[in-house]
Design a protein around this ligand. Structure first.
Ligand code: KG4
Ligand code: ZN
Length: 351
């Protein structure tokens, strides 16, 4: 693998032309591939796995199998759409973790095989760092900035000093914000993943119709599991008197649950801004697609005269464009991996 590094170094230094990165994402239930050239995204193909809908959540075994079916056509489509061919690729960036180990293994094994066959070097990418770096696809937040990363598996407040220096200053001590959306949606009979549908129905409901517990967590951390219990007990009590309670109040229930989750996120973001004194804030991860959160986020930034960054919808949920751009930054620092690289289910930012 060392020879690849030498090749890469000299190629980059001698030619100083374009750097083309193939990004591969397979950490959960989206198989995605993207191509970026000098930080500009040329293609971003995402195959979302529908197989999990019938089970009300991601089934790891089924996710791994679906990645295996999707990965070749997805990479092929990403290359075709970008107009680039394999010999033009300078590095293969892939998600090393965190995520479901079986899902990660598929991307990891595919990237290694492609690297071995083509001689193109590998770059390991941390999925949570990539969510943060997705901002650099279309914008350029000034450092330091604070990123609230909210996804199906994580909820983090990340202090970003530069593209390769990030520190988690707060995170969930139990469920993630996306899980809180998905699990409460399930209680309301909505299909998986419930977050986007809850967002839609909430638009027709009253956010103050019902009050739910806002569990407290120390310092800049979050806790969402108590909210789940609060919603469950409330629904059980109401359904004793009216078995149609959920159907009759669905929009108001969605609006009230969404309001509660968003207030909990915003409270900690506000505390973190006060604590760090940053002038720039960013929102990332699947839940950053939530319309109420986006609105509250921008209102808060306006009120405090902060610069606010929110990625385009296509870069909020899992995608390989964020992996490719992260790979591009690591390529500039010549941070390559060798063929011994293994996927990791847990991988803390900055470690
Ligand atoms: O970042 P992501 O695609 O995958 C993980 O890394 O987990 O996030 C997926 C999560 C799911 O929990 C999904 O319900 C949530 O993002 N989500 C939303 C919305 N769109 C996606 N939650 C609330 N409102 C939305 N509009
Ligand atoms: Zn994600």
């Amino acid at each position: 693998m060392e020879r690849y590094h030498v090749f890469c170094n000299s190629f980059f230094q001698i030619c100083m032309v374009s750097v083309v990165i193939l990004g591969i994402e397979s950490s959960c239930d989206d198989t995605s591939a993207a191509v970026c050239e000098n930080g500009k995204i040329l293609s971003n193909i995402i195959a979302s796995q529908r197989v999990h809908e019938a089970w009300g959540g991601v089934v790891p075994e089924l996710a791994s199998r679906a990645h295996q079916q999707n990965i070749v056509p997805v990479v092929d489509a990403a290359l075709k759409q970008s107009g680039k061919t394999l010999p033009e690729i300078n590095a293969i960036a892939f998600t090393k973790g965190p995520g479901l180990i079986g899902s990660l293994l598929v991307g990891n094994a595919f990237a290694k095989g492609l690297s071995l066959a083509t001689g193109v070097p590998l770059i390991e990418v941390n999925h949570m760092e990539a969510h943060v770096l997705a901002h650099f696809i279309d914008a350029s937040p000034n450092f330091p900035f604070l990123c609230l990363t909210v996804s199906g598996g994580h909820t983090q407040l990340v202090l970003v000093e530069n593209v390769s220096a990030m520190k988690v200053i707060g995170e969930t001590i139990d469920d993630a914000a996306g899980e809180a959306f998905d699990k409460t949606s399930k209680m309301l009979g909505l299909p998986y993943p419930g977050g986007p549908l809850m967002d839609k129905l909430a638009g027709q409901g009253k956010p103050d119709a019902f009050k739910f517990a806002m569990p407290k967590a120390p310092e800049l951390n979050f806790s969402f599991s108590g909210l789940k219990t609060s919603v469950l007990y409330f629904l059980q009590a109401q359904q004793k008197h009216n078995s149609n309670f959920v159907q009759e109040n669905l929009n108001d229930l969605c609006a009230s649950v969404q309001f509660t989750i968003v207030e909990m996120l915003m409270k900690k973001l506000e505390d973190a801004v006060a604590f760090t004194g940053v002038k720039t804030i960013a929102l990332a991860g699947g839940v950053s697609a939530n319309s109420h959160l986006r609105k509250r986020f921008v209102e808060f930034a306006d009120a405090k005269s902060l610069n606010a960054f929110i990625p385009k919808f296509e870069y909020c949920t899992d995608n390989a464009a964020m992996i490719a751009i992260s790979g591009f930054f690591k390529f500039q620092q010549q941070l390559f991996a060798d063929l011994k690289t293994e996927p990791v289910a847990r991988w803390k930012i900055g470690s």
